[in-house]
Structure formats: structure tokens, C-alpha cells
Write a protein that binds this ligand. Sequence first.
Ligand SMILES: [Zn+2]
Length: 134
Amino acid sequence: MQQLVISKKQWHEMRDHVARHAPLEACGLLAGKNDRVEEVIFVRNQAQSPVRFVMDPYEQLKAFDWIESNGLDLLGIFHSHPAGPETASVTDIAEAAYEVIHLIWSLNGGTWKLRGFWIENGRAVEVTLLILEE
Ligand SMILES: [Zn+2]
């Protein structure tokens, strides 16, 4: 996948979610069709850590069921780095288990920034995130 299309509203939904959980990392899933996100699904960070996230397995399974029963695909996984970095960490790359875009929310000087990466063969390559004004 080369890019992901996200609405401004979805961008805000995610940003508010990660901001509310800072300084802990927060996470969630993006479901949609082709490269267009249609639903943002929050998942509890079971690790409750400022430097790590582990999706609550029950909530993750429930979300996967919901995505499938609504005829959508899993397009992305997002999580936050309240203390940086802006890019996927070594752990993120090592633990990337799905062929989807990995989105990182990082906090720098009070401003949240979103970047997306495709992780394959131990490397993270940045992809374009198109934010649609609505
Ligand atoms: Zn991370």
C-alpha cells in the first residue's frame, strides 16, 4: 500500500484519543476499502505504558470481527509515541504482524504529528497520508 486516505474528522478522532491517553501510549485500528479509511476503532493498550503498546486481545478480536462483518478490510494500525520518536521504533518494526500501514502519532512541543509507514523485511518505508478536508 502506497497511501492512505483519511478524513479530517477521523484525523481528529485519532488525535483526541491519543492526546487523552498521553503520557501513556494509545492505539487503534483503521478499517476501510482500498486506500480509504471508513472507520476508526479504538483498542485499549493492555500494556498501559508510556513506551509500549499491546492491543487488548479481546478488543482486537472483537474489532476484527466487526470489520469483517461490515465487509471492510483492516487498512492500518495506529499508536502513539507521546515521548517520540516520529517514526516506527525498532520494537514496532520487530512486532509488526500485519501487512497494513502503521501510523505513528508523536508529540513534539505540544503538537501531535501523524506519519505512516509500510513495514516489510525489517524496514519501515514512509507512505503518504492524504487528509481530506470535509
Ligand atoms: Zn511505537
